[in-house]
Design a protein around this ligand. Sequence first.
Ligand code: MG
Length: 337
Amino acid sequence: MPDAHNKTVQLSHGGGGKEMDQLIKKIFFQAFENPTLCAEEDAAKLCLNGSVAFTTDSFTVSPLFFDGGDIGKLAVAGTVNDLAMMAAKPQYLSCSFIIEEGFAIKDLQTIVSSMAKELAISNAQIVCGDTKVVPKGCADGVFINTTGVGHILQSDISVKNLQAGDAIIVSRDVGRHGSTILMTREGLTLDSNLTSDCTTLWPIVQALIDAKLPIHAMRDATRGGLSAVLNEWAKASNVGIEIEESLIPVADEVKGLCELFGFEPYDLANEGTFIVAIPQQAAAAALSIMQQFEHSQNAAVIGCVNEHRQGKVVLTTPWGSQRYLDLPQGELLPRIC
Ligand code: MG
């Protein structure tokens, strides 16, 4: 195994021979160590009973490292969060790396240790994986795919399950991940502490499940942001959603960047922010649980579900005028996750 200092990944590290074996053992096994992975069978042997959620995602974020996270943290949090949104306890993940020849071993180690750290938050394990190395120029540094499974602890949580009278809660201020990537990419050095919201949402979701709250739907507001989630819900459940602009938390830095670039904070991606639809009478209990988590101290009810204007999201501005909040159009920011 090359030592980490000024060593890079070579094509031979994906060749299936000695170099690949060393890379896998020294970097991946060391960080992700568990009996299933280290058994080195052709496939992981799992014991799964009951209803299971299953999801996959590929990560191509550029830059690989950003304020508040990196591609490794994102690759674990992203998949774990999709399981959590189905009230499924994240258990087993696969991870596949596509690495460009010449990628720094020390950067790979940083990414892998971020993954291990993020996995520990939900106690999920990486139980199988794959490594490919492609010639220089055939990829951009590193791409990661993760797939995850987990037991569903609370059924009936669905995009089709919103009902008139539900409150809509957002877990924190919106648009941070998109803004952080934009700022890093544009080389902007605003006088700010803007960081991505990238985080594992399982602990907060687990607290909501433990409280046995009658949650109707949950979704993390990733690509397409808050606007996409609300529009997807309104259509899938055939309901109207009304939200109050003045109630939606948005950080000043995000507002500033949006003004500069002509974006809507509601369209920007988040990687540790989720939306909950829950009957009005249970909303206060959900909020008080969510606000106990540091990243969700400013969780807020931002609107409600009704039977009018089915399939539409109506936003009321602070001046009382109303407009439709549409699905974002076009590609605002490619390679955001
Ligand atoms: Mg999702």
